[in-house]
Design a protein around this ligand. Structure first.
Ligand code: SF4
Length: 295
């Protein structure tokens, strides 16, 4: 049976009749695909609709290994046992839940300390029930309508239903609301704030438009709202949490509308920048890069 959503999407065949989506699938959007488009629409085009392979880098391998390690950390965490430990024993216990590998070293140590402090803070506040996430690498799906005038600079010919899909690293409960927490294994730089807000806004949208049964199956209370979001960069020992921002959700929606506009117009323009294009897997086939580097 064919999928009812795709990146290899043709807006001319769009239909709202979901019984026809197996023949004329709707557009699939993930946090990664939308952010890839934001980085460079041409790179998105090569990577998603065309599915041209990208080089695997050490940074990608490291990211996958550390994400798996953190997922496992929460899967096997014994809160009752941890609650009896002194601070130094708790750090040792936490460290023992991370693997020994060539990728995580310092990040595991920083994370073991960070999680020990978080655990002890919650214990002191008598809120240990909030230590474990309610969602750990939780995959959600949702349908969402992008309005034709969502982005006035890039108007669409009609409204479109799209399929949102995402895996949320961790979903915590804090002060009666949900807090999606993104793990990043690179180094923190302040200029990343805008992008992280858009990524977090994607998760908020995904949770809010996921159907109740899917949320319940994933262990999430559908009545709970996303009230905060945050990101954790263990490489830089940097954690940031803030209340959700409507302006970031608006920016994300405009970006999503622009993705659709590119499909409608068959226009996925390259964003050439010598520093970043030099590391792009598609440098050799990208005419923007070739023309710019020639001059
Ligand atoms: S080389 Fe640069 S312009 Fe070309 S696809 Fe990659 S990031 Fe975009």
């Amino acid at each position: 049976m064919s999928e009812e959503f795709t990146y290899d999407w043709n807006p001319e065949n769009y239909t709202e009749d979901e019984t026809n989506w197996d023949i004329h699938p709707i557009l699939k959007m993930t946090k990664s695909s939308v952010m890839s488009y934001d980085w460079c629409p041409k790179k998105y085009f090569y990577s998603y609709p065309l599915r041209l392979p990208q080089d695997t880098t050490d940074a990608m391998t490291k990211g996958t290994v550390i994400h798996n390690a953190y997922e496992n950390f929460f899967d096997i965490y014994d809160v009752e046992k941890a609650s009896t430990l002194t601070k130094s024993d708790l750090i040792t216990y936490n460290m023992g839940l991370f693997p020994v590998d060539e990728w995580g070293g310092e990040q595991y140590w920083t994370s073991a300390n960070f999680e020990a402090k978080r655990f002890l803070d919650l214990k002191q506040e008598d809120k240990l029930e909030n230590f474990l996430p309610v969602g750990n690498e939780v995959r959600l799906d949702a349908k969402f309508m992008i309005a034709r005038n969502q982005n006035p600079k890039f108007p669409l010919t009609r409204d479109y239903i799209v399929h949102l899909q995402g895996i949320i690293d961790r979903l915590f409960v804090e002060d009666g609301g949900l807090l999606p927490m993104e793990l990043k294994t690179g180094t923190w730089k302040d200029y990343k704030t805008t992008g992280m807000r858009k990524e977090s806004a994607f998760y908020k949208l995904l949770i809010e438009h996921c159907n109740d049964q899917l949320l319940i199956d994933a262990g999430i209370d559908p009545e709970m709202k996303v009230t905060n979001w945050g990101w954790w960069y263990p490489e830089s020992n940097y954690i940031y949490v803030e209340p959700v921002k409507q302006s970031s959700t608006s920016a994300l929606l405009k970006l999503m509308a622009k993705v659709i506009w590119s499909y409608e117009q068959s226009n996925f323009a390259g964003k050439y920048f010598y520093k970043t294009c030099a590391h792009c897997s598609y440098f050799g086939i990208c005419d923007d890069a070739q023309n710019q580097s020639f001059w």
